[in-house]
Ligand binder design. Structure first.
Ligand SMILES: [Zn+2]
Length: 383
């Protein structure tokens, strides 16, 4: 059985799963080429190089396939089928990332010191039904093409290049997050303890496992977030033109903010489910994830440079610029308390438990030093 076949079998339940090449074919020989749809596969190919010969404790080789699930939600899923780890990035998540990156760099308030920000016009208009990252869904519902032509018209080379680079970093964070679920052993834990073959980032299942097992599942998300943020920041998978050999500081800022923008994309769905009293018991609320990630960046032994006040101030400023670029942040977050929680106030989160969860999961993980940064028990002193 080929990896690609395992991938299709794996995601039958979720929807139609396609390769990036198939996605392109759908637009016809003269249609638009969706290079960004190839990004997850390209990034996965690059970042799994150290795993090429790795085996897990069962002696199974690391085999994987990464493709697209043709669904409109902003989600991703990782699972195992016949020894192949399959990652499916939803079309809706990729389109949302593309839109949000360009929308933000069209705003004069986002990273206002980068390029000719003052020449920017605010991104395409938004309303209650269509917030940045979700305007395309509103357009499709009204019979329009996914994106307005002017979305990609960023009249500044630096800001245009930054939009492309930010998109790459956001996709990178998503791919690294799913990869972390594999190499940290989370997929194995699901399989062995919960009898489930996949982890879905928007999980239709509720009340899976005991309450302790649910806490462990949520802790896995924090672990995968930290792992993915660290790998995104420290790995240059692809650098867009303007970042070749220069603009290192700007590149670093984009890498720092990318994980938070991805987590932000999960908020609307989380809020809809919370309003229906159907919470996702397998994932922490996105703002808790964002908060935990900021806290970890400041304290994790493996990320000493992020304890720097300058880096923290820069991140806070850029996240603030992101919030102010939105015409009305309360529309986006649907809850004004959210901003306070995300950008500053302490929230009660479960991160401490993640440490135990990691050690629970590790025996099923693959052996690699290159991508699994928190495989060692992080409660151990930093020596
Ligand atoms: Zn996850």
């Amino acid at each position: 059985m080929s990896n690609e076949h395992a991938f299709r079998e794996m995601f039958k339940y979720f929807g139609e799963a396609v390769t990036p090449e198939e996605y392109d074919l759908r637009s016809g020989p003269d249609g638009p080429k969706h290079d960004f749809m190839k990004l997850p596969t390209m990034i996965m190919d690059q970042v799994t190089k150290p795993l090429a010969k790795a085996t897990n404790s069962y002696g199974t080789r690391f085999e994987y396939f990464c493709g697209i699930v043709l669904r409109p939600e902003r989600s991703a899923v990782v699972g195992q089928k016949n020894g192949v780890f399959c990652i499916g990035i939803y079309q809706g998540l990729l389109l949302s990332i593309l839109e949000l990156s360009y929308w933000l760099f069209r705003s004069p308030r986002f990273l206002s010191d980068v390029g000719a920000a003052s020449r920017m016009t605010q991104g395409p208009p938004t309303d209650h039904a269509s917030i940045p990252g979700g305007i395309w869904q509103h357009r499709v519902a009204n019979g329009l093409p996914h994106f307005s032509e002017d979305l990609f018209d960023v009249p500044c080379e630096i800001r245009n290049g930054s939009a492309i680079q930010l998109m790459i970093e956001m996709v990178s964070f998503v791919v690294m997050h799913e990869l972390a679920h594999i190499v940290c052993g989370h997929v194995g834990y699901y399989e062995n303890v919960l009898g489930a073959s996949y982890i879905a980032e928007i999980d239709p299942r509720r009340d899976q496992g005991t309450s302790k097992e649910q806490i462990i599942q949520r802790a896995f998300e924090h672990d995968a977030d930290l792992n993915a943020a660290k790998n995104t920041i420290e790995t240059n998978v692809f650098k867009y033109l303007i970042f070749q050999g220069k603009n290192a500081a700007l590149l670093r800022r984009l890498k720092l903010i990318a994980p938070y923008l991805v987590l932000h994309l999960f908020i609307p769905n989380w809020f809809i489910r919370a309003a229906r009293f159907e919470p996702d018991t397998t994932h922490p609320e996105p703002y808790k994830r964002a908060y935990a990630l900021r806290k970890l960046m400041r304290t994790h032994p493996g990320m000493p440079e992020f304890r720097s006040e300058l880096v923290q101030e820069s991140l806070a400023r850029d996240l603030g610029g992101f919030a102010s670029a939105l015409a009305d942040p309360s529309l986006l977050i649907a809850n004004s308390e959210f901003a306070e929680q995300l950008w500053g106030a302490e929230v009660d989160e479960e991160y401490g438990l993640a440490r135990d969860a990691t050690s629970v999961a590790v025996p099923y993980g693959f052996s690699t030093g290159a991508v699994a940064h928190n495989r060692k028990k992080p409660s151990a002193p930093d020596t």
